[in-house]
Ligand binder design. Structure first.
Ligand code: C6P
Length: 410
């Protein structure tokens, strides 16, 4: 267990107002962090302060409020750069989230490059956001989608990955941490192998950045995508990191305000990075809130968060393994952040409803990863996903609520 002297869980929980809520007269046990995390008051305050004191559109006005808003917006980009260790701020593009980040790469990087017979390589454990954009671009270009299989434990079959890499592969796109299995993929190894054949790699980091330090330069990732709302920030904002060389060569994703230098009916010249990819008024409050969320995570320390969550994962795994009729889906050696499970006698949706009655919020469903469900022969799973504020006592509540559910359905 985490040393409480080093990790002040009470003070962390105190920062998250919603954790004081009761659900059906029971204390809320929030274990749906993989879907979206809750927000500390520091993030709520940053957004409130923006709207109360500084708000205006960004990059458009010379008046004081526009300057202040612009400064807060640009500061957040500096924070993201530091957080993921990008080489420079203009490699950080603000998007609506991981989904938009991946679609941007599919349409702006891959589409102009792909021809009939080329291949995009993904894995069997991808979220739909890292499958469908590639299916669309394959339909548009005649390229083929290739899929690296996973073993029964929920780990990538790396031998197959190496076999599938070939001169037709134009991009590898792989999830860092699976949202349905919790598997942590060896992305550095994958990137090194792909780079050995001059193939760029996109990493879907939606479920990684909240749980472990990420250094895009150390990984040598070509693109890295994540969402604000899974790391204690607002919804509707996310990040696409891309290497400057690649981003510079890519055409804009969308056209509109802010992404141009000049427009005439004869032709338009595009703005420099990162603005070339940020058409239209951005999600200003979302970006500012994301900056505040990263400050908060930095204050607690990702190392400490990772250690705490690892302790929770180990404890929850052993607790759940003791329950008769419970099967954990995803038993990779390297896991982070979550446990997916099914019960012999209870459909996951009923598990979700029964746990809610005990105040416990988990996600039940296919987790936008239907190929994973199909791989394990289940229609859905229940998923408990952890955050920095969860406690060992909450795991006990989860385990008891599951036992109660099983008894009810006997
Ligand atoms: N997974 C979950 O409950 P957006 O929706 O764009 O913020 O993130 C999409 C996404 C992409 N990749 C992974 C690995 C993800 O986990 C998600 C979002 C949520 O698992 C909602 S489906």
């Amino acid at each position: 267990m985490t040393n409480s002297a080093q990790y002040d869980i009470a003070s962390i929980r105190n920062d998250f107002p919603i954790l004081g809520r009761q659900i059906w007269n029971k204390p809320l046990v929030y274990l749906d962090n993989g879907a979206s995390t809750q927000h500390p008051k520091q993030v709520i305050e940053a957004v409130k302060d923006l709207y109360e004191n500084h708000y205006s559109n960004v990059h458009r006005g010379v008046h004081t409020l526009s300057q202040e808003s612009t400064n807060l917006y640009d500061d957040a980009r500096v924070k993201v750069r530091g957080f993921i260790h990008a080489a420079c701020v203009h490699e950080v593009i603000f998007t609506r989230g991981t989904t938009e980040s991946i679609n941007l790469v599919a349409q702006s990087y891959a589409r102009p490059l792909l021809k009939e017979g080329d291949e995009i390589l993904i894995t069997h454990m991808e979220h739909h956001s890292n499958i469908v954009p590639w299916q669309i671009v394959c339909e548009q270009t005649g390229a083929k989608l290739k899929v690296v299989p996973i073993n029964d434990a929920g780990e990538l079959e790396l031998g197959h990955f190496l076999e599938l890499l070939n001169e037709k592969t134009k991009l590898v796109s792989v999830v860092h941490v699976s949202n349905a299995l919790g598997t942590v993929n060896p992305v550095k190894e994958i990137i090194d192998a792909a780079h050995g054949m001059d193939i760029p790699v996109l990493v879907d980091g939606a479920q990684a950045v909240p749980h472990m330090p990420v250094d895009v330069q150390a990984l040598d990732a070509d693109f890295y995508a994540f969402s604000g709302h899974k790391i204690y920030g607002p919804t509707g904002v996310g990040v696409l990191y891309g290497k400057e060389k690649l981003l510079k060569a890519m055409p804009p994703y969308q056209g509109g305000g802010d992404m141009i230098l000049s427009v005439s009916f004869e032709g338009t010249t595009y703005n420099q990075l990162p603005y070339k990819f940020e058409a239209g008024t951005p999600n200003i409050a979302g970006v500012v809130g994301l900056g505040a969320a990263l400050d908060y995570v930095n204050k607690i320390g990702l190392g400490a968060i990772a250690a705490h969550e690892h302790g929770l994962l180990m404890y929850a795994t052993s607790k759940l393994q003791e329950i008769d009729g419970l099967r954990i889906i995803g038993e990779a050696e390297q896991k982070a952040g979550l446990i997916s499970f099914v019960l012999d006698a209870v459909h996951p949706h009923d598990i979700g409803t029964m746990l809610d009655a005990e105040g416990v919020a988990v996600r039940a469903g296919h987790h936008c990863a239907q190929p994973v469900m199909e791989r394990y022969g289940v229609p859905a799973t229940a998923r408990a996903s952890f955050a920095m504020y969860n406690t060992y006592q909450e795991i006990d509540v989860l385990a008891e609520a599951i036992k109660k559910t099983i008894n009810m359905f006997k």
